[in-house]
Design a protein around this ligand. Structure first.
Ligand code: KIV
Ligand code: ZN
Length: 516
């Protein structure tokens, strides 16, 4: 019935990574790309190959290793960008080059300092160049929603004649509203003579909170590709939140009349993984994936749901992969119970990983009556970060107080190499436990590598939260640092807030100094 499909184009690794404060390593991008593959997205925009050597490497590796989806790289309208994109995505089973250029007067005259005819020529020659390398070329007139409509029709027609098989209509500055954006898509269909030779895509930003509704209005009016990011990440206020777009299409299929290729039961896991790796939390009241999305608080709603779920529930939590909590874990639970719960949450562990997970679980269960799914996810996140780190925090001791005591921290870091790869550090500069811990970690990293970390890494931001609502909750700390003009976010989870802080800072340093 729903043969007509909307292609889902995920740009978490490109536009999402442009979010201020997110800096992903290649390994992290690969991990997310594999999960996007499991989610069933049709296209992964893996990066902007010409923008940095790190992006080039990430796009190349994703193209080499993630074989089912189309792998795209962004490129400006210049030969070097297109050549870099081609080289990186050339390894993919199904490569795409995504070429873009500004099309609104304000951006053409003030930013590009060109005139509209020059821009049109650049668009055509760039699409032609990309087509010489690759059959699958997408063209985006940036700031389309503030572009003169006659000019927009002309540039789209020219790009399609030059070989673009997808034309994307970006609401780059999140200015449009749903009725207007739907009308724009309909008018593109009616006024671009060769539009039947291309798929119409949309790419909406969320500056006014309309990114997902605009995308849906576009689908209703004929768009057949939607671009967006998991958890609505992206430049400024973000891009359309893919989980919201997907679940609107799936939940209102009868009305919208189209489907997607997405395995919606992978949505929860994808959202949590992206949040964990980027260090950007999901707000509790976020649609589809927020902690409260399926929680009914008022008595009337609870009464209704207990009698018949559809009274107040328009989607089933299981349909987006929310784990069902039939089993409560506590200090009497054994390995088998833990393993079963972790498997339900999507974690399959080998023997050594299971030993570590069980040890961390027992430690937590000793202090906390019930260990929740959120606790387990935090423990698994910590374990997976440590598994890919150059150094882990193996001990931390802090002396602090308000009565003039000489503040001091002592740490030991263990390297991922040999057993005896251990390095001590002492910190005494600063006015509190966080600063002496940072100082001690810098000292230990200096002893380990000879690098003057305190000069190279700048501490920018520190946030502490609790995983669950209890005095015995796990602390969840995010630390942002700057290194060589880029920002990196590190995370740490522990029952001890200072240990979580030290782990978070070390995680950020590991990313900045050793992975890049
Ligand atoms: O927002 C935008 O216009 C973009 C383009 C590069 C597609 O991200
Ligand atoms: Zn964008």
């Amino acid at each position: 019935m729903f043969d007509d499909k909307v292609m889902i184009f995920d740009t978490t690794l490109r536009d999402g990574e442009q979010s201020a404060g997110i800096g992903l390593t290649t390994t992290e991008k690969l991990e997310i790309a594999r999960q996007l593959d499991a989610l069933g997205v049709d296209i992964i925009e893996a990066g902007f190959a010409a923008s940095s050597p790190g992006d080039f490497k990430a796009v190349t590796q994703i193209a080499q290793e993630v074989r089912r989806p189309v792998i795209a790289s962004l490129a400006r309208c210049n030969p070097d960008d297109i050549d870099a994109a081609k080289e990186a995505v050339g390894h993919a089973e199904s490569p795409r080059i995504h070429v873009f250029i500004s099309s609104s007067d304000v951006q053409i005259w003030h930013q590009l300092r060109r005139n509209p005819e020059e821009v049109l020529d650049m668009a055509v020659s760039s699409v032609e160049r990309a087509r010489r390398y690759c059959d699958n070329v997408e063209f985006s007139p940036m700031d389309a929603t503030r572009t003169d409509r006659e000019y927009l029709y002309r540039i789209l027609e020219a790009a399609i004649s030059a070989g673009a098989s997808t034309v994307n209509i970006p609401d780059t500055v999140g200015y449009s509203i749903p009725s207007e954006f739907g009308d724009l898509i309909r008018s593109v269909r009616e006024n671009v003579p060769n539009i039947d030779k291309a798929v119409i895509s949309v790419h909406c930003h969320n500056d006014l909170g309309n990114a997902a509704p605009n995308s849906i209005a576009a689908v209703v009016n004929g768009a057949r590709q939607v671009e967006g990011c998991i958890n609505g990440l992206g430049e400024r206020a973000g891009n359309a939140s893919l989980e919201e777009v997907i679940m609107t299409i799936e939940t209102r299929k009868e009305l919208i009349g189209v489907g997607t290729n997405i395995d919606t039961t992978q949505i929860y896991k994808t959202s949590r993984m992206v949040s964990e790796i980027t260090g950007f939390p999901v707000q509790p009241n976020k649609a589809v994936v927020g902690a409260n999305a399926f929680r009914h608080a008022s008595g009337i709603h609870q009464d209704g749901v207990l009698k018949e779920r559809s009274t107040f529930e328009i989607m089933r939590p299981e349909s987006v992969g929310w784990p069902s909590s039939s089993l409560v874990l506590g200090k009497l639970s054994g390995r088998a119970g833990l393993r079963a719960r972790l498997e339900q949450l999507g974690y399959t562990l080998d023997g050594e990983q299971m030993d570590k997970a069980f040890e961390a679980f027992k430690e937590l269960a000793d202090r906390k009556r019930e260990v929740t799914d959120a606790d387990l996810e935090a423990l698994m996140g910590q374990q997976s970060r440590e598994g890919r780190s150059a150094y882990v925090l193996s001990s931390l001791r802090i002396l602090c107080g308000s009565d003039g005591v000489q503040r001091r921290a002592d740490v030991t870091l263990t390297g991922s190499g040999a057993e005896d790869d251990k390095h001590d550090g002492v910190g005494d500069s600063g006015n509190g436990p966080v600063s002496v811990t940072v100082d001690a970690i810098n000292d230990a990293l200096h002893n380990a590598t000879g690098r003057d970390v305190s000069e190279q890494v700048r501490f920018i931001n520190y946030e502490v939260g609790a995983i669950t609502e209890s005095a015995y909750a796990l602390a969840n700390v995010a630390v942002r640092v700057a290194y060589q003009g880029r920002e990196f976010t590190g995370r740490g989870a522990s029952g001890d807030v200072m240990e979580a802080s030290g782990k978070a800072y070390l995680d950020a340093c590991n990313k900045a100094l050793f992975v890049g």
